[in-house]
Write a protein that binds this ligand. Structure first.
Ligand code: PXG
Length: 291
């Protein structure tokens, strides 16, 4: 395996970062999780735009242009001979001292690109659907740390994931501090209710997910399915006809049970299955070519 680290492609063993990097000391850095399907990188420009927005928000200057970063991602995939892959791109604040002051990170940011085979959720989850629980932890408030910054500090999400695991499931729904549904620990959430597709607006604490946006486009433009961004509660999830999650790793995955309540018929819904199929077709046929 070849990993891109600061202008070099190195082996896994050589891909090491300083213990004084503020990414390690403070989670001071940003990342993207990207997928390649069938020799093309899905929505690479959108991922790079979001990475640059995260960087702007934390006042970090990425020492590359977007065009250069695109080439770095493609070169890393080529070096690993991967056509289908999960790509993790991260930018740390860089090597500093033990204090918080980011001005001490004189080395400048480190850039890492890891490309690996994807480990998907087992296929049975796509057929039977996931069971989820509501996390007791609230999604961090946007005036504290915007959920739209994909920062290297994912403890809010990881602690909710631990709750899910403790409950014997693999995902948890996170509410915002007002008690409305925001998203899951690593996925956006949608429900189908009375013939309409709903997802929480970004302002409710949801990440502006790339998969979320692709699914909204398919629903609106291709399937002509009524869609709205809506603020909703767990009551709406329990009483929904269908529910599903979206994310780069999960794609579109049905949710059939929330906090011990079967959703709709308790089986993956029709709209969900349709969107799952359309998303897969889109992901397998569009994107930046790996060449
Ligand atoms: N919400 C959160 C909090 C996320 O981290 C999504 C939604 C979905 O966004 P995209 O753009 O991927 O459609 C994410 C991103 C994993 C993993 O290993 C998943 C994410 C991030 C890091 C790891 O499952 N999802």
């Amino acid at each position: 395996m070849k990993i891109y680290l600061d202008d070099k492609l190195v082996s896994k063993e050589q891909a090491k970062i300083s213990v004084f990097d503020h990414g390690v000391l403070y989670g001071d850095g940003i990342f993207e999780g990207i997928r390649a399907y069938n020799g093309r990188v899905f929505r690479l420009n959108e991922h790079l735009d979001r990475l640059w927005d995260s960087a702007k928000a934390i006042n970090l200057t990425i020492p590359k242009t977007k065009k250069e970063m695109e080439k770095i991602v493609i070169d890393t995939l080529l070096a690993n001979n991967l056509k289908d892959a999960y790509i993790r791109l991260l930018v740390t604040r860089g090597v500093g001292d033990l204090g918080l002051d980011p001005r001490k990170c004189a080395s400048g940011p480190s850039i890492v690109v890891i490309a690996d085979e994807i480990s998907l959720y087992p296929e049975e989850f796509y057929e039977k659907g996931l069971e989820v629980v509501t996390s007791s932890l609230r999604r961090v408030r946007p005036d504290t740390l915007s959920p739209n910054i994909k920062s290297l500090n994912y403890l809010n999400n990881i602690m909710a994931k631990l709750e899910a695991i403790r409950a014997g499931v693999i995902e948890a729904i996170m509410l915002n501090t007002e008690g409305y549904v925001a998203e899951c620990t690593g996925d956006n959430i949608f429900i189908v209710k009375n013939g309409e597709l709903w997802t929480p607006p970004v302002s409710a604490g949801a990440l502006d997910g790339i998969t979320r946006n692709a699914v909204i486009e398919i629903a609106k433009n291709k399937l002509k399915y009524p869609f709205k961004e809506a603020v909703f509660t767990m009551y709406d999830v329990y009483t929904a006809d269908e529910c599903f999650l979206t994310g780069t790793a999960a794609e579109v995955i049905p949710v059939t049970c929330a906090d011990s309540r079967a959703i709709g018929t308790g089986q993956a819904g029709k709209i969900t299955l349709h969107l799952m199929q359309e998303f897969r077709a889109l992901a397998h046929s569009t994107g930046t070519p790996i060449k």
